[in-house]
Write a protein that binds this ligand. Structure first.
Ligand SMILES: [Zn+2]
Length: 105
């Protein structure tokens, strides 16, 4: 298991999203510190930053590639789209349908 990325404290949602995206690519990841501790305020912020770990070492380079591509995209510039398979509305940052997993055309 290798650590892929440490997200900012406020990027918790993004961390979960990337985990989902990688899972769609067949890369299993684990999030650490993804729950806000009830003790928050008593421990330093750094301790509650979400960490994304790739479970399978062999998938690590691929995961890095996806993360890099994802982070380099200006997600606010991407248009929302409608899945051609299941008709679900997907936000622009998704490269695949969140519902059925079909890749964006
Ligand atoms: Zn779909």
């Amino acid at each position: 298991m290798k650590k892929l990325h440490v997200f900012n404290y406020w990027d918790r949602q993004q961390a979960g999203l990337i985990k989902e995206i990688l899972a769609n690519e067949g890369i299993q990841c684990a999030l650490r510190n993804d729950q806000l501790s009830s003790a928050v305020g008593e421990i330093p912020f750094i301790e509650c930053c979400p960490e994304l770990w790739v479970i399978d070492d062999e998938a690590f380079p691929r995961a890095q590639m996806f993360l890099k591509a994802w982070l380099e995209n200006d997600i606010s510039m991407l248009d929302s789209w409608v899945c051609p398979v299941c008709g679900e509305f997907c936000e622009g940052q998704f490269g695949a349908c969140w519902s059925c997993g079909v890749l964006r055309e």
